[in-house]
Design a protein around this ligand. Structure first.
Ligand code: ZN
Length: 200
């Protein structure tokens, strides 16, 4: 996927920003890990960041829902990213929707300095609203990949995240017990009418 993206920074080349976005269970983190692994195989130096809020699986690794993982640095504020990129070629940032709006400036500055930035995150919240800072990152990125899940109700392509739990805060960290991937027909903002699909 997206093999038109160059894999090597030439000495005089600019950096750039890649964004991988989509609903939950669409393979965003897996695609991020795939790109970072390829860079490591090419002996490029990689740093991977995840926000402190996301401790679902591991404190010092990013982990996809399918269990693939890479070592990562947990940061509680966007500025800590800048403290950890010395000598690094490629910078991976997972769960970007949990960072503040300052992430955009940091990604732009790092790309200006010649780094390859790969950002993964949810493009919509559970109400279908653009999830900052993803819209702004999509606007400034050189490369964008939208990953689709499969609707857990009907099997159509799914780009929405259905909240199953009757909770109304925007940020509610969870996985299969809290969310399902849904297509636009099967997705609803009315949490009172949500039915969890039967697991096989
Ligand atoms: Zn559906």
């Amino acid at each position: 996927m997206v093999d038109h993206i160059p894999v090597k920074n030439l000495p005089d080349a600019t950096g750039w920003i890649e964004v991988i976005c989509g609903s939950m269970f669409s393979g965003k983190t897996e695609e991020l890990i795939r790109r970072l692994r390829r860079a490591q195989i090419a002996r490029q130096r990689v740093a991977i960041f995840k926000p402190l809020i996301d401790t679902r699986y591991s404190d010092n690794r990013i982990v996809s829902h399918s269990g693939v993982s890479l070592p990562s640095i947990t940061v509680s504020h966007t500025s800590q990213i800048l403290d950890n990129v010395g000598g690094v070629d490629v910078i991976g940032i997972d769960e970007a929707q949990f960072y503040d709006i300052g992430l955009i400036r940091i990604c732009e500055d790092l790309a200006d300095r010649g780094h390859r930035i790969i950002v993964a995150g949810l493009d919509q919240d559970y109400l279908g609203q653009p999830f900052e800072p993803m819209p702004q990152l999509l606007a400034v990125a050189e490369y964008i990949t939208k990953t689709l899940a499969i609707c857990m109700v009907c099997g159509n392509p799914a780009n929405r995240t259905q909240r199953i739990a009757r909770r109304e805060e925007r940020v509610l960290v969870g996985a299969e017990d809290t969310y399902e991937a849904r297509c636009r027909n099967c997705w609803t903002t009315n949490l009172d009418e949500v039915r969890r699909t039967e697991k096989p």
